[in-house]
Design a protein around this ligand. Structure first.
Ligand code: PLP
Length: 475
């Protein structure tokens, strides 16, 4: 639909027929929504301007010969105004089946953690104030004791995220020295976190040992020299080498480090504190096991398998943690009080593993049985069949979910999905319309079918999906 440059109807005359913003705001349906939904003027004006600007550009590019009549655009303008009022960062319904979806904010928090955030945020707190002595306290102390008793470590520290934790550790322990890492562990996590790049930034020199699929203890030993500062093990959390494969265990590396008087650190990525979910997921190393193997330092995320807020947790020997705590970079990466409140409450739930599995959403979702998921999917499918136009076919089938967020990459999480296909809407269009709902519903496509995976739905969200399905009937 590109415009012929010699067309008798130049863009200018088409542009003149575009309605003005005030005409859109005076349209009856817009007026009614403004009154009934209390939609603010600024949001309606901005939404109208956005939609008209888009049409103006299409006309200028020759992609449009007629402006849309107001009656045709007012639905979209109202939807945009509603979304503008809600702000940019909004809750969405995660129907992807990926539990720790980094793009969707990773771990949802437990009710107890949410409550703690609200209480601490509302007023003042003893963030850095020791109530017994009446003197200044340390913010980390609110979680250090808990982290030590849950992991078995002597000492612990918390920063903004695990990438920061790894950076801080390498900077303090290995700047100007050599760090020995297996070639099979030189990973990229995504979001441009790459072990070799982080090492280079910290001023440590990377010494790669072994091969991609096999690294032996003797490879590490041969690499040790007078400039070696650290032996580093990285949990390859988003891929796995299968087949002819050999890696050196943390315990073996610790024994080697002891012999040469070198510290050993492990970047664990996902911080698994208790076993949860299907038995096939049991392979994920637990923090307690890594600490027990004798490493000087282990780092992991607060918002992966741990199921808490975004944070980077460092646990290990006191001498090492003291050095990290004193370093000025620690202040730069300081965790804020809201995160700390949520983290402490999440860790408190771990004092009883049974409670953790029931109350922490990530663990609870992982632990839901397939029959329970199937019952939920069948109920949702029934409601969707009633709501969707006849062009839709709705069925239920077994699907494979993932933990995501760089944890347990190869271990599928068996799940159940509601499958949608329509003779009227292509799968991409269905996905798009669900994204435009309030709240947006995020699904995935598998072989041209739209899948709504019920494992990652929170309580009460089935109703939101059914409501969102309304958009297939109204426009
Ligand atoms: C996820 C991950 C990181 C980064 O952690 P963030 O909390 O996302 O900053 C670092 N190392 C490993 C092995 C990881 O899996």
């Amino acid at each position: 639909m590109t415009e012929d440059p010699h067309s008798p109807q130049p863009a200018q005359s088409v542009l003149r027929r575009l309605p003005a913003v005030h005409q859109v705001l005076d349209a009856p349906r817009v007026k009614r929504a403004e009154r009934e939904e209390h939609l603010p003027r600024w949001a309606l004006r901005q939404a109208a301007r956005d939609v008209l600007d888009r049409q103006r550009e299409e006309i200028l590019r020759g992609e449009r010969r007629e402006p849309d009549p107001i009656e045709k655009t007012q639905g979209e303008i109202l939807q945009r105004a509603r979304n503008l009022r809600l702000g940019s960062l909004r809750p969405v319904v995660n129907a992807t089946g990926v539990l720790l979806h980094t793009n969707l904010g990773r771990a949802p928090l437990a009710k107890e953690a949410l409550h703690a955030i609200e209480e601490v945020a509302r007023g003042y707190s003893n963030l850095e104030f020791n109530l017994e002595t009446g003197k200044r306290g340390l913010r980390y102390e609110h979680v250090e004791g808990l982290l030590c008793s849950l992991t078995g470590a002597e000492s612990a520290l918390v920063v903004n995220n695990n990438a920061a934790a790894v950076y801080l550790a390498l900077r303090v322990l290995a700047k100007g020295k050599e760090v020995v890492v297996s070639r099979g562990e030189l990973i990229e996590i995504g979001g441009s976190f790459r072990i070799p790049d982080i090492l280079a930034e910290t001023g440590a020199a990377l010494v790669e040992v072994g091969t991609t699929n096999r690294t032996h203890l003797r490879d590490y030993e041969k690499a040790i020299g007078s400039s070696t500062g650290l032996l580093l093990k990285v949990h390859p959390s988003n891929y796995r080498v299968i087949g002819f494969h050999k890696e050196v265990s943390t315990g073996e590396l610790v024994a080697l480090g002891r012999r040469y008087g070198l510290p050993v650190m492990e970047d664990l990525g996902s911080g698994c504190l208790v076993q949860a979910g299907p038995p096939s997921l049991a392979r994920e190393p637990r923090v307690t096991d890594v600490v027990r193997s004798g490493v000087d330092l282990v780092t992991f995320s607060g918002d992966k398998l741990l199921g808490g807020p975004q944070a980077g947790i460092l646990a290990g020997r006191s001498e090492v943690l003291e050095r990290l705590q004193r370093h000025p970079l620690n202040r730069v990466m300081r965790i804020d009080k809201l995160t700390l409140a949520a983290l402490e409450m999440t860790l408190l739930l771990y004092r009883d593993p049974q409670t953790a599995r029931a109350r922490i959403p990530t663990l609870a979702m992982l632990s839901t049985s397939v029959p329970a998921l199937r019952r939920r999917a069948q109920r949702l499918a029934r409601r969707l069949r009633e709501r969707l136009p006849p062009s839709f076919e709705v069925s239920v089938r077994a699907v494979t979910g993932r933990t995501g967020g760089g944890s347990m990459p190869m271990d599928p999480v068996p799940g159940v999905g509601v499958l949608l296909r329509s003779t009227q809407f292509p799968a991409q269009e269905i996905l798009f319309r669900f994204r435009m709902a309030t709240p947006p519903v995020i699904a995935r496509i598998e072989q041209d079918d739209v899948i709504l995976d019920v494992r990652t739905l929170q309580a009460g969200q089935d109703g939101l999906i059914v409501e969102a399905a309304q958009i297939f009937s109204t426009c």
